[in-house]
Write a protein that binds this ligand. Sequence first.
Ligand SMILES: Cc1ncc(COP(=O)(O)O)c(C=O)c1O
Length: 470
Amino acid sequence: MRRRSELLFTLGDEKGPLHQRLYRRMRGLILDGSWPTGTRLPSSRALAEELGISRNTALHAIELLVADGWVRTRQGSAAFVSEQAPMPHPRLDERRPARPSPSPPVPFEMARQSANFFPRERWNALQVDLWSGADSAMLYGAGAEGWPALRRAIAAFVSGARGMSVDPDQVIVLSSTQAAIDLITRVLARSGDKVWVEDPGYPLAHQLFRTNGLTPVPVPMDAEGLRVASGMRAAPDARFAYVMPACHFPSGRSMSAARRRGLLAWARERQAWIIEDDWEWHARFDGQAVPPPLQSLSGGERVIYVQTFNRTIFPGLRLAFLIAPTMTIAETLIGTYEQMDGGPNAPLQATLARFLEEGFYAAHLRVTRAAYATRRDALLAALAELPPGFVPLPDRNGLHIVIGIPTELDDARVAAELRAAGIACMGIGEFALSYPAESGLVLGFAAFPPEELVGPAGRLIGVLRGIAAR
Ligand SMILES: Cc1ncc(COP(=O)(O)O)c(C=O)c1O
């Protein structure tokens, strides 16, 4: 198998004629800055060989780029990224699909969960009750900060579930983690600020940082999480760090206590902000306690905490929240949020408030955690016969498992081969920015009952055996 560094790139899984897929892929590399102005494009011969396509297809894709003005040709057939290329649009990141598609999930798509556990009747009863009650205030909107009862319910909930001591006035309700990151960076960042991001990490957040004029600085990870010392060497003056300490995406690791302390000390000393994405805090199956959030630790006054209901309830809900470390920061954020938006749908927030207050959310988390534990065990059991060298990695949390692969293999290539065989799967390396990531195949299990995991697990084993036998 060829080494990663020699690869040009791979084509995504999207549908459409090959030349158009190749065209879009190369245009994406130009747009995201991977191929800056003046970069010489691989020849049509190299593209054809690398991607296993015909030279005509490769030529056709290059011609489309030329016709658009992205690329010009000189010295006979060589093609270069043009100086007059249209301005890269930072919102267009075509490298990989970052947000799960809204269609029903297929095994083993990651970042997907089951919507089937959602207690529809209870929710409906709460809604009916709210709508038939006299509280017409919700028809006038919740205010940018969020529906008051929901802010109170969230403060009470994180106190019990995450051991945080929060005043409801520190809570802001938004539609998503992304919306929270957007607001935080609009208000607290200056153009050109650097932000440490875990490498590998969550591409949609990285893209949003770029869109808002920040420069993501990749910081390598190890078994303890983000390597704070490496971040301090690479960009001691960064103004932000975006981290997922409870359950890092995509490795599933938790940040060690020492790294947490180190990160908080750096933030305090440099007056930097930490954006804490409490991603998959609820998905821990090793019987260990979930580590406390950074914001609840000493030094937490530099931390803005973010949590999403879109992962714990259902993805189409579109409700999340941030907790500012102080009321003053909350007020500053709300001031800007008011100019951007009036906050999410008020009746929906009012329903969610009742869902939390009456204990249905806590019950829902208990039900889903038990079901996910069963699904995880079922997947691990179905993978008992993996070929030598392929092993589920320990110490991983979250709603996917990670399978370690033999060191001579490239996880992106193995994952691409699995996808070609109809098995949705990603390699950890596909989320790497600058540093070589540990190798591993990421398999989401949450959205599938045990019986639906067995068949795909068997097919996966078959493909991996074929790869191991080569
Ligand atoms: C690390 C991480 N944070 C947040 C989210 C999404 O949350 P939201 O839908 O609230 O933006 C995802 C989705 O995949 C994610 O992977």
